[in-house]
Design a protein around this ligand. Structure first.
Ligand code: A3P
Ligand code: MG
Ligand code: MG
Length: 384
């Protein structure tokens, strides 16, 4: 409120900066590595082909070895592509409302709720040289909510891929179809036409340093039958076949993202399908997520996960410090502008964080039934 009044009076909104993540920090020099608690599953849910969310495992897929030399272009014309969307937290918040009653009241005081993709971006920032990103941030009753901020221009860009890029993207989904079935122990073969509306998601609780995290993300499939624990979860990936030293270090760089994407949800296995540029499947290789850092250590494309965890902890402390004084009262009738922050990461530059003015908040709300970026139904559910 104070800040909004200040903005109205023409005073600048608060703005903070965080120095660029250091890649030189090593556990020996900078104290012990920041601990990351083993993620515990809280619930799972499914999106169906209509993009309806259901609290069941109807969209769960089972792993099947893919056919040798499969053509990943198969079924391209039949691809039902989910329209690109803004990084709203709605599905995750619905899941959280269902599970949080079973946890202590103070559980998420000082905690952070975000999709796994956002956490992956944050943790891998020390090694990111190309792609910047932006987040919207709100703090409500001591819990911090992070969503990716995707501008309309960015959304359009993502929607209008070049035909080449679109096909390359399809190869990844096609590999998923060749590797999965709706039933356990199915025969190898095409698992069904690709519909990217359909997803199976896992929501976990974990802790980075002193910050509790509730993270949700898509899981590609499971091995066998069990879904009660993490140990059968599998992430599927495609990558170009490695033909030389340069390809190898490029792949090892990619492993950083593969690693954190799976690590954050506690997915223990990543199956990579190596393919030709034209989409013919070659070798299929399984990686144990927890072994990946050891595999890349000392190599040309090398990275250190402890740098990422150390940076991630600093980042979250920085964000929490900035938002900790924010007070939000119920939207119930009273029209006040909520406090929303924007975080911006620029590779090679660092992080800046500033409070949004009233017009920018309106843009985030998009005239929909939200208070900031949080849906009103969540807002009401979250107060009682
Ligand atoms: P590959 O990663 O095998 O190429 P995920 O691997 O996260 O399950 O995503 C499945 C597929 O979605 C990816 O397959 C890729 O084709 C596409 N995809 C995921 N993230 C993407 C991104 N940031 N940009 C473009 N395509 C992406
Ligand atoms: Mg996936
Ligand atoms: Mg995948």
């Amino acid at each position: 409120e104070r800040e909004v009044e200040a903005a109205a009076a023409g005073k600048p909104l608060p703005r903070l900066e965080l120095t660029y993540p250091s890649k030189t920090l090593s556990p020996g020099e900078n104290g012990p590595p920041v601990p990351f608690q083993q993620p515990t599953p809280l619930t799972t849910f499914s999106y169906d082909s209509e993009r309806e969310l259901r609290f069941d495992d109807s969209s769960l897929r089972y792993y099947v070895d893919p056919p040798h030399g499969a053509d990943l272009r198969h079924g391209y014309e039949k691809w039902i592509k989910r329209p690109e969307e803004k990084g709203r937290l709605d599905g995750l918040l619905r899941a959280w409302l269902r599970v949080r009653n079973g946890l202590p009241d103070e559980f998420m005081n000082g905690g952070v709720i975000a999709w796994r993709g956002v956490m992956t971006r944050i943790l891998t920032a020390p090694y990111e040289e190309r792609e910047g990103w932006q987040l919207n941030v709100m703090c409500v009753n001591g819990t911090v909510y992070l969503e990716e901020h995707i501008s309309d221009a960015k959304l359009l860009e993502k929607e209008n891929l070049t035909p080449h890029h679109r096909l390359q993207t399809y190869y990844g989904y096609s590999f998923e179809s060749f590797c999965t079935s709706g039933m356990p122990h199915a025969k190898t073969g095409w698992g069904g036409d690709v519909d990217t509306n359909i997803q199976w998601c896992s929501v976990v609780k974990t802790k980075l340093g002193n910050t509790r995290l509730v993270i949700g993300g898509e899981v590609d499939c499971v091995r066998g039958k069990s879904t009660k624990t993490n140990d059968t979860l599998v992430e599927l990936k495609t990558s170009l076949t490695i033909r030389g030293q340069q390809d190898e270090s490029r792949f090892e760089k990619k492993l950083l993202k593969f690693y954190f994407q799976s690590f954050l949800l506690g997915v223990p296995e990543i199956i990579v399908g190596f393919r030709s540029p034209a989409g013919k499947l070659g070798t299929v290789q399984s990686f144990q997520t927890m072994q990946i850092p050891r595999m890349v250590r000392g190599k040309p494309g090398s990275w250190d996960p402890n740098v990422c965890l150390g940076w991630g902890e600093r980042f979250l402390e920085f964000v929490k410090e900035a938002v900790q004084g924010d007070v939000h009262s119920a939207p119930d009738g009273v029209e006040e502008v909520p406090v929303v922050w924007r975080v911006e990461f620029k590779p090679g530059v660092g992080i800046s964080m500033s409070q949004l003015g009233p017009e920018a908040v309106e843009e985030v709300q998009e005239g929909s039934d939200r208070y900031g970026f949080l849906p009103r139904w969540y807002w009401e559910g979250s107060l009682y």
